[in-house]
Structure formats: C-alpha cells, structure tokens
Design a protein around this ligand. Sequence first.
Ligand code: CAA
Length: 259
Amino acid sequence: MKDFTCITVTTPVAGVAAIQLSRPKVLNALNLQTMVEIVEALESIEQNNDIRCVVLYGNEKAFAAGADIGEMGDAGTIEMLKRDQFSRWEKIRTFKKPIIAAVSGFALGGGCELAMHCDMIIASETAQFGQPEINIGVMPGAGGTQRLTRAVGKALAMEICLTGRMINAQQALRAGLVNKVVPVQSFIQEAIALAQEIASKPPIAVQLIKESVLKSFSSTLEGGLEFERKNFYMLFATEDQKEGMHAFIEKRTPTWKGQ
Ligand code: CAA
C-alpha cells in the first residue's frame, strides 16, 4: 500500500484493513486530498483477495467534523460543480466488501455522511452525530438528507438537518443509526473484532449479502426479492456452498476458499 498524507492504512488482523483518518488538528475535516486517498485505498483493498472487511475510523475526539470548510468557503457554484467532490464518494457506496465505521467524538456533516456510507457503525459512548451545515448557510450534500432519513426516519432526520443539533451515541443507537455503543477505550477494537468475524465468512456470500441489503434502498420489494433470490441461487455455483453444507452434515468446521 502506498504512503498517504491524510490517512493511514494498516492490517491490524488477518483479513481486515483499517483506514484511519489522520488530520487530528482539524478534527479530521475531509479535504479533497483525504477523499482522494480514501478512494485510492479502497480501490487497492478491493483488488486484494486477502482483505475481506474494512474498518474506517478517526480518533477519540473526532471521526470527522465534516467537509473542510476552509477549502469551500470562497468557492463558487461552477468551482463546486467542477470539483464534484462528493461524487467521488460513490466508490464507497459501490465498494464490494463490508466497511465498518468506528466513530468516537464528532461525526458531523460530511463526517456523519461518510459514516453512513459505511455498512455498520460502532460508536464510542462519546460519539456525536449531526448535520450542522444549516449553521454555515448550506445543507447536507453527500447523502445526509437521504441516508439519515432512511436510517432514523423523517421526524428525527428533519430535526437534525433543520436545527443542526447533534445526537449522542445512545440517541443514535435508539434511532437505529448505529449498531452498538461501547466504551471509548475499545471502539476501534470492537469494530476490528466485528470485521474479523465477517472476514471469517465465505467471501462471495458476504459480497452478495451486502449487495442484496443495499438493493433494498433502491428497488421495489418485488425487485429486491427477485435480486435476493437470484443471488441465493447463484451461490450454488460456488465451492463454498458445497463446503458449507457438507461440513454441516459431517459435523465439522468448514474451510472457505472464496470460490
Ligand atoms: N473544516 C475545517 N476545519 C475544521 C472543521 C471543518 N469542518 N471542523 C473543525 N475544524 C478545525 C477548526 O477550525 C479548528 O482549527 P484551529 O485550531 O486551527 O482553529 C480545529 O478544527 C478544532 O476545532 P474547534 O476549535 O472548533 O473545536 P471545538 O471542540 O471547539 O468544536 C466542533 C468542535 C463543534 C466540531 C466545531 O469545530 C465545528 O462546529 N466544526 C464544523 C462542523 C461543521 O459545520 N461541519 C459541516 C461542514 S460542511 C459539510 O460537511 C458539507 C457536506 O455535507 C459534505
């Protein structure tokens, strides 16, 4: 993996890549370079068959406090259109392996949206989520009005986006935005443990499950059920399906090949 300036990529345990946002002086504000590097790292991880799950995290104080306001303050519409920086995030949406966000401290604006691009969120008890763009004269631009609404429902999404108020980790848990709230000392480890568990599953089934769950956001129920059914049948072409079912019958632990 090449050297990056705004992120650090490691392999904390076999099968898992960890991407750390590393601009702590600005609470991991997401400048253009950070987003380019996240996408580059994901592209490289996608090609690496040994990596099966990804954890994305910041530090105790901040996951990310939003898009870098310093980079946007004087930009005009044409400049923003030309940069089209948020379309780059499509790579995160279409990334084939599961991504878990480990969030402590601030996940605001683009930071909240980045966490919501991920498939699951482990929050530390100090995590705070919000879409404060309204307070700086704009609005969410990378999925905040859409993904937040799907995650927590219309009423709370309206409140968060229209007031700029933050919700804490327990509120986020109750609202269904996060999977689990854990002590600050262990939020990264918890996310890595979850990633490690997923990394131990048959990879093609993992990929198709992820695609199928995400399909539910963009399809009718009928279309989504058909997509799911065909993916289920498709898995019967894999060696891992034979291995999994034979191992069950033979009362032994399966060995996955990812084929
Ligand atoms: N962009 C650039 N710099 C940021 C930043 C951001 N989003 N958020 C924080 N920083 C910088 C601050 O300017 C400050 O830098 P200096 O030390 O050089 O002054 C440093 O990070 C620490 O921040 P604070 O001193 O403000 O820390 P705090 O603990 O007092 O407050 C905070 C923390 C409430 C998160 C506050 O920093 C804040 O409100 N940040 C902005 C949050 C925001 O509006 N995010 C939305 C951005 S727009 C967006 O994301 C668009 C989109 O939809 C994609």
